[in-house]
Design a protein around this ligand. Sequence first.
Ligand SMILES: Cc1cc2nc3c(=O)[nH]c(=O)nc-3n(C[C@H](O)[C@H](O)[C@H](O)COP(=O)(O)OP(=O)(O)OC[C@H]3O[C@@H](n4cnc5c(N)ncnc54)[C@H](O)[C@@H]3O)c2cc1C
Length: 680
Amino acid sequence: MLQLTLLSDPKSKSLALSPKKPIHTSSDPGNSSRKAAYTKKGDEPNLWELHHIQEDMAAISKKRHAKDEVESPNKKRKGAEDEEMKGQPDRSDGHGPEGGGVAGEKGSKEKKKNAYEIKGKIATSEDAARADEDPPLNQLERLIEKGQKEAEKGESVVYWMRMEDLRIEDNTALHKASDKAQDFGIPLIVLFVISPGDYKIHDRSNKKIDFILRNLRDLKTKFHELNIPIHIASYDRRLQIPRRVITEILPSLGAKHLFVNIEYEIDELRRDIATVKLGRENGIDVRCIHDRLVVPPGKIKSQQGKPMSVFSPWQRAWAKLLDQQPHYLNMSPSPKANDDSIKSKNQFNKLFEEDIPDHVEGFECPEREKLKEVWPEGTDKAKELLHRFLHTKPRQTQFQFTLPLNPGTDESQKESRVAQYQTGRNLVDGDNSSRLSPYLAAGVISARMVLNEAKKLKGGKLESGRDTGVGMWVQEVSWRDFYNHVMATWPRVSMGRPFLEKFADVQWETNEEHLQAWKDGRTGYPIVDAAMRACKARGWMENRVRMVSASFLVKSLMLDWRLGEKYFMESFIDGDLAANNGGWQWTASTGTDPQPFFRIFNTLTQSEKCDPTGAYIRYWVPELKNLKGKAVHDPFHQMPKSEFKKLGYPEPIVDHKKSRERALFRYKNVGEKEEGAEVD
Ligand SMILES: Cc1cc2nc3c(=O)[nH]c(=O)nc-3n(C[C@H](O)[C@H](O)[C@H](O)COP(=O)(O)OP(=O)(O)OC[C@H]3O[C@@H](n4cnc5c(N)ncnc54)[C@H](O)[C@@H]3O)c2cc1C
């Protein structure tokens, strides 16, 4: 989901709030140093710290205006929303949400609730444009290029593992940290920072956090076999993290060298800029390394040297680059073991006793036992899933809430899942796709590892294109790189802004009941309901039904795509800002290379195509389990009314034809709402 970025731009209008005035918040001990960073002359302000100061200011302002605030619609999320509001300026200063043009004259209460869910997270178009002008990744790269004085040796080298690189194999920063430690003859230590505040603000799902902890547990055992300890730190206030890491954790480990893999989300990049700067002030060498993608952002340009925003030419350039420079697919060696003596050194032996927490407060996962079966943790399991996908036949029993590694598969090269991927990828009534997204999103397996296995199927050549199953799948994997490139090049997309500003003021409905019906899988459209119920139960959907249910929210219910983006992020075990935002902006016709607004999915036709047997719907929507033929896709229109009533299944909440006309009108006439249109 979108990230909170509004106030971290030094040129942002909000700085006019009073950059030179001292800020007194007595309760916060870190305030004076932040003030210094803010007012220091001739020095570039530390963006992360600026953000923090402004959060304080906004919090003060918020208290003042508490009376005007809207009650959160959902008590459970209140804490998160409070936290989100901290980053917001006084609403009267012109930084309120714009775009998204929340429409709807009737039901003002609902209007506020709906708007409230996302309004604090939508940047102004000016702020977004400024972020695009000099994206944080460019700033970080410039900072890295400026170089760093060689730091002292220290007593350990630290690799800071992020929630996107949870593996030992083919992990570039981990490998480089290990090399450094070996060169110096000192131990390597792994650091993992938990931040509930960060998870809340970035809409992380409890399923994802549970998956992260399970993977950390698996990693801990494997690291211990290499005599490498994992140190877990926990800070609720995410903006304190760089300072804590640099001035508290690293000194406590005697470390002067820190290695990290770069994350391309705007807040994470700004965090790393702050970390590098603080490191330099404190004699710590912070190395930020590209690892997450096959091809790092910025490496693929048009003939005119410009970044590319249209997928097909970008994809051809990506495939050509890998053909000409296959080193991008080289994998990093695994880290070397620390000397046994680390376990007897007083300084570090206690680290081996540290436990990975059972859960993170606020992210308890009641479904964890079942999810363990559906998404088993660990790189070994991810490799097995990959093997299954590349070498075994699909099974129709495997779309269910079940272990993807169930026995009973048939090996077959010709009829393997990947060989049938061209058609299989759009069918949801079997295990047709790889189901690797949670593992790729959390870095449990790397995209390089995955593509190298795909290469083996074609005698060492990376096939990419629509002609074969493998080629098509490689192309899908490249979407992951593509959307990350888009996010790093145009950070606006993670600031709640449409890529295509011309659609910023499309008028949205604010019907809270419709939103809830969509979330609960009670829209009366069986394929949407099946997908949404699957999402709730197992935190995952097949790509086709992600598109269908997203399109239903945006084009049929005419609800703001950012509400859907947020909900998916809060629900998915594979929640990934770049892919999720890319998918939503594609659907909402606002993205880099989107579905044209006039091409609106017909939910029923899509249903018949992607679930031809109806098995998917029957499984996830038990009210319909006995229906046959077309009735399973459209029971309301295909069954006698009296029979339909007995099902206990809702009537369609919206009429497809009318809603289609409404969407066409609103996209064609941005900023306008048709007169007297009643769709529901
Ligand atoms: C509205 C919407 C929201 C989405 N949200 C997410 C998300 O939060 N996290 C996520 O990983 N994917 C997301 N996707 C992309 C895609 O739906 C999933 O990656 C895919 O369904 C995962 O299933 P799989 O692992 O079996 O994929 P496969 O078909 O086997 O593809 C292999 C891998 O390629 C990558 N991939 C495939 N398609 C895409 C794509 N369109 N964009 C980016 N990467 C892709 C994924 O890493 C995937 O695991 C979203 C798509 C839409 C339309």
